[in-house]
Design a protein around this ligand. Structure first.
Ligand code: NAD
Length: 286
C-alpha cells in the first residue's frame, strides 16, 4: 500500500521556516512584508481559500491587506484597484483570487500586476521566465507539488511523468517544473487519445483535471507516484481527481485530498510573498 505524502505536515514545517525568514527580513529592513489580497464576488470556495491565505500570512507575520469587491463590480473598478496596488510602493506582492466573475477579463487584470509583485506567478513574464528556465516566481500549486516529491526524496531524473490537465495554473507549469527536474513529461488533456495506456507508463502521475475520482487503479502502474491536485465538492464531501482507496493499493506514494497539494499551495504563496519582498530590497540595495 502506497505511503501517504502529508501536505499538511510539510506545509506547517515550511511555514515555520518562513516565519523565521520573515522575522529576519523585518529585522534587517525594519519593516513588515505586505501582501495585498483581492477577492471579487461571492464564490464560496474562493472565500475559503482567501481566508486560509490570510490566516497563513498572519501566522508567518506577513501583513495582509484585503480588498473585497462585490460580484457585480465593474471591470474598470477592479482594474483601477489593482493598478493602485501595483503603483503603491508599500505593497510587496499582489494576489487576485481566481476565478473572477465572468464579466471581468482575468487576462486584463493579471496584466496589470507587475512581474515583481506577481506572487502567484501567473503573469506573462513569470511564465516566460519559467519556460526559459530562468529565475522566476513559479505558480504556487506546481511548486508545492515539487516540494512534496522532494520531501520524500523521490528521484525525478529519468522518470516518466504524466500530467493530466493543461491549465495555465497547474498543468502547464507543473509540466515545465518536472521537465526542469529532468523528467520525461507527457501532458494529457480532454482531447488526448489513449489516456489510460499513457498513464500506465507513468512513474509519476499528476492529476489536475477537476473531475472527482477520475484516475482509477487500472490507469496506474504498480509503484507509481500519484499526486492528486483535484478539489471537487461532491455530495459525498471533498474528493480529489484520483480514486484514492483503489489507487493507493498500487501506488508507492500518493497525496490525499484534502491535506495533500492544497496546503502546499498556500505555503508556496507565502514563500513567494517573502521572495517578492526580498528581491525588491535587493534591487533597492543595488
Ligand atoms: P481546468 O478546468 O482549468 O483544467 C482542467 C484540465 O483537465 C483541462 O486542461 C482539460 O483538458 C483536462 N481534462 C478535462 N477532462 C479531461 C479528460 N476527460 N481527460 C483528460 N483531461 C481532461 O482546471 P485547473 O484549474 O487546472 O484545476 C484542476 C483541478 O485542480 C480542479 O479540481 C481544481 O479545483 C484543482 N486545483 C487545486 C489546487 C490546489 O491548491 N490543490 C489549485 C488549483 C486547482
Amino acid at each position: 500500500m502506497g505511503e501517504i505524502i502529508d501536505g499538511k505536515i510539510l506545509s506547517m514545517q515550511i511555514k515555520d521556516e518562513l516565519k523565521v525568514r520573515n522575522a529576519e527580513f523585518e529585522k534587517k529592513f525594519g519593516r513588515k512584508i505586505k501582501l495585498a489580497v483581492v477577492l471579487v464576488g461571492e464564490n464560496p470556495a474562493s472565500k475559503v481559500y482567501v481566508r486560509n491565505k490570510i490566516k497563513s500570512a498572519e501566522y508567518i507575520g506577513i501583513e495582509s491587506l484585503s480588498f473585497y469587491l462585490p460580484e457585480d463590480a465593474e471591470e474598470d473598478e477592479v482594474l483601477k484597484l489593482v493598478k493602485t496596488l501595483a503603483d503603491d510602493s508599500s505593497v510587496d506582492a499582489i494576489l487576485v483570487q481566481l476565478p473572477l466573475p465572468a464579466h471581468i477579463s482575468e487576462e486584463k487584470v493579471l496584466d496589470i500586476i507587475p512581474v515583481e509583485k506577481d506572487v502567484d506567478g501567473f503573469s506573462d513574464r513569470n511564465v516566460g521566465k519559467l519556460t526559459l528556465g530562468k529565475e522566476c516566481i513559479a505558480a504556487c500549486t506546481p511548486e508545492g507539488i515539487i516540494e512534496l516529491l522532494k520531501s520524500k526524496n523521490i528521484e525525478l531524473t529519468e522518470k516518466n511523468a504524466v500530467v493530466i490537465g493543461r491549465s495555465n495554473i497547474v498543468g502547464k507549469p507543473i509540466a515545465l517544473l518536472l521537465l526542469r527536474e529532468n523528467c520525461t513529461v507527457t501532458v494529457c488533456h480532454s482531447k488526448t487519445v489513449g489516456l489510460k495506456e499513457i498513464c500506465k507508463e507513468a512513474d509519476i502521475i499528476v492529476a489536475a483535471i477537476g473531475k472527482p475520482e477520475f484516475v482509477k487503479a487500472d490507469m496506474v502502474k504498480e509503484g507509481a507516484v500519484v499526486i492528486d491536485v483535484g478539489i471537487n465538492r461532491t455530495e459525498n464531501g471533498l474528493k480529489g481527481d484520483v480514486d484514492f482507496l483503489s489507487v493507493r493499493d498500487k501506488a508507492s506514494f500518493i497525496t490525499p485530498v484534502p491535506g495533500g497539494v492544497g496546503p502546499m499551495t498556500i505555503a508556496m504563496l507565502m514563500k513567494n510573498a517573502i521572495l517578492c519582498a526580498e528581491r525588491r530590497e535587493s534591487r533597492n540595495g543595488l
